[in-house]
Design a binder for this molecule. Structure first.
Ligand code: M6R
Length: 622
């Protein structure tokens, strides 16, 4: 969690840092801070509780000049969210300032040792230990900052992405990472900066893309030295020189803006038809009625001999994984297990070389998912990644995989990444089924044809459910919601409930509809809204009976039905329609009205939809 920005060059650092922090606010937003070195060599630190806007207001009238600086937006782990615990942190002498994303696990021991040596701490954070330790190493070993950082990082345990300023050396920026992401943007020498070098730092590429598309993804346990003369030196903790692997970013700045929508979440909900077109482009072919996934083609034998597949994920990605399980088992006849990455990593799971472990993660940075695949790798499994963020830690830790290509997702509540993940898992299932010949040609072609039609059907769903805004206002009174679905729509019920609770703060639970009678039905009364995904497919008659059971206990029914279905419509208090599609693809359409309903309930309740309380977009801590 937390976002880091850094800059060294000829431009004023502050505007670059602030803009970068706004782009990274999805990673945490309980406090923010900046640190710059001005022309006179003063190292300033400004920090404030709350969002980046609060920081901006607090620096008004202060000297924020300087062409080198670091900045941070925080999601608290150690120490409550306040200005004292916000980053950057000074070292004792105030010669150094440092920002950090991650957790230093042995910070208590280190803090005690440093306190014994006379260091006084100003905050309750694990991070302050780092900057004090670096200063201590510098003094003890009489070494330069780079070496002090290197030696300190050998002592600390845990995860870190850091950037450090030293007021005695205003021409140098130092950065390092382990298990938390950090990207270096290498400025393009041009007229605007008189041909002088500049470097940018970001927890992801969004603070960088406006200035350069040339980037280096720092690897675990690497330390980078950047200076105004354009030197970029990278070593590992053992001081072995590493060759920077320069890459060209494929990202469009327009994709990061709201494009006229009031919130990123709404924009991302409406982007889904196009996002899915991009996801399937070049992979599904309408002419050849075929699928080509390079990750499967290149590792065909692995998939043919796979004993089972284990999918590890968290949150929304876990829900898409569950839909993936149902489909892969049905289409490709391989047993699939779906694991919460946070549980899997701390068990002693039985994994063999014939297992394929799939990590599903929008951000590609979720610490638990990354740790789960590292464990699986150690045990010899083949690792496949389904990620959205290109070049992310999980994407790079896997043997191969499939990117979603749904574009950057900024809203904390996942929407287009969910439908993108489900689509990627469908494509994976189809590609394996093709190699294993587990589907008849007719069925295979029908499934491809229908998947190709989903983006248009999503468009229809968005256009035909405009009154969801009006319906949603009615339910702001509710303290609880229940979501029900069966088969492929059980994970949709789970996802609908998660979407509602994370942005509206209304308690919601998803259940397989038939489980109601085993306990949860006791919750039903005239106050309880029950959302039922009831397409005219598979277990339709059984779901109709489940609706009857709720109605007879006076629950309020909100249903998602197949276009033209009057039976469930007549039983419902409110009803959303989706076009007819194959049973397995219903989740891609049913998710849309549920996303819209969560969005409008949250807006009506005055919630901060894009940045809900206590949450962050990517959870890079345990
Ligand atoms: O980036 P990831 O897909 O690995 O993130 C996993 C979860 O943290 C994420 O899906 C979370 O549940 C979202 N806030 C859901 O909207």
């Amino acid at each position: 969690m937390c976002g880091i920005v850094g800059y060294i060059g000829v431009q004023q650092a502050y505007p670059i840092l602030i803009k970068g922090l706004h782009r990274l606010e999805y990673r945490g937003y309980d406090s923010a801070g900046v640190s710059m070195i001005n022309e006179e060599g003063t190292l300033s630190v400004f920090k404030e509780k709350g969002k980046v806007a609060a920081l901006e207001a607090s620096v008004e009238g202060k000297d924020i000049s300087g062409t080198i600086g670091i900045a941070h937006t925080r999601w608290a782990t150690h120490g409550e969210p306040n200005a004292k615990n916000a980053h950057p942190h000074y070292s004792q002498s105030k010669n150094l300032s440092l920002v950090h994303n991650g957790i230093i696990e042995n910070y208590k021991t280190l803090r005690t040792k440093l306190e014994e040596k006379g260091f006084e701490f100003q905050s309750d954070t694990d991070t302050e230990v780092l900057v004090q330790l670096i200063e201590y190493q510098e003094e003890k070993d009489n070494c330069d900052l780079y070496t002090a950082v290197q030696r300190s990082l050998k002592i600390v345990e845990g995860a870190y992405a850091i950037a450090v300023l030293d007021k005695r050396n205003p021409d140098v920026l130092i950065a390092a990472r382990k298990s938390s992401p950090l990207i270096i943007g290498v400025g393009q020498n041009n007229h605007e900066n008189n041909g002088q070098a500049e470097f940018f730092l970001g927890s992801d590429a969004t603070p960088i893309i406006e200035y350069t598309n040339q980037v280096v993804y720092l690897k675990d346990e690497e330390i980078a030295y950047m200076d105004r003369d354009g030197h970029l030196r990278i070593t590992n903790l053992a001081n072995v020189e590493q060759t920077p692997d320069m890459q060209t970013l494929q990202m469009n700045l327009d994709e990061l803006e709201k494009g006229g929508f009031p919130h990123f979440m709404l924009k991302e909900i409406y982007e889904q038809p196009n996002a899915l077109r991009n996801c399937i482009r070049g992979r599904l072919s309408i002419e050849e009625k075929d699928i080509k996934l390079s990750g499967i083609i290149d590792y065909r034998e692995k998939f043919l001999s796979a004993r089972r597949i284990i999918i590890c994920a968290c949150g929304t990605s876990w829900h898409s994984a569950l839909i993936g399980k149902y489909f892969i088992e049905e289409a490709a006849q391989i047993p699939v297990e779906v694991e919460y990455a946070s549980e899997f990593r701390y068990r002693n799971p039985v994994i063999t070389a014939n297992d394929i472990v799939i990590a599903v993660s929008q951000s590609g940075e979720t610490a638990d998912t990354l740790a789960a695949i590292q464990l699986a790798k150690e045990k010899g499994a083949f690792i496949y990644g389904i990620c959205n963020v290109i070049g992310s830690s999980i994407a790079r830790a896997t043997d191969t995989g499939t990117y979603l290509h749904v574009g950057p997702e900024i809203g904390v509540a996942s929407t287009k990444a969910f439908t993108g993940q489900v689509t990627a898992l469908f494509m994976l299932g189809l590609a394996i089924a093709k190699e294993k010949r587990t589907l008849s040609d007719d069925m295979f072609h029908m499934l491809i044809d229908e998947l190709l039609m989903i983006p248009d059907k999503m468009q229809w769903t968005l256009e035909h459910n405009k009154d969801v805004e009006k319906f949603s206002q009615i339910f702001t009174y509710a303290k609880n919601f229940i979501y029900l679905g069966r088969g492929y729509n059980y994970p949709v019920a789970l996802e609908g409930a998660l979407k509602l609770k994370e942005i509206s703060y209304i308690h919601a639970e998803g259940y397989p509809a038939a489980e109601m009678k085993h306990g949860p039905i006791a919750l039903i009364d005239e106050e309880m809204p029950v959302v039922v995904i009831a397409p005219k497919k598979g277990m339709y008659d059984k779901v109709v009976s489940n609706i009857q059971e709720i109605k007879s206990r006076k629950g309020k029914i909100i249903s998602v039905v197949t276009e033209g279905d009057t039976t469930v419509r007549d039983m419902s208090d409110y009803c959303f329609e989706i076009p007819d599609t194959r049973d397995c693809y219903v989740p891609l359409l049913a998710a849309i009205p549920l996303q819209l309903m969560s969005y409008y309930v949250a807006v009506a309740k005055g919630r901060n939809v894009d940045q809900p309380r206590n949450l962050a977009k990517s959870v890079t801590v345990e």
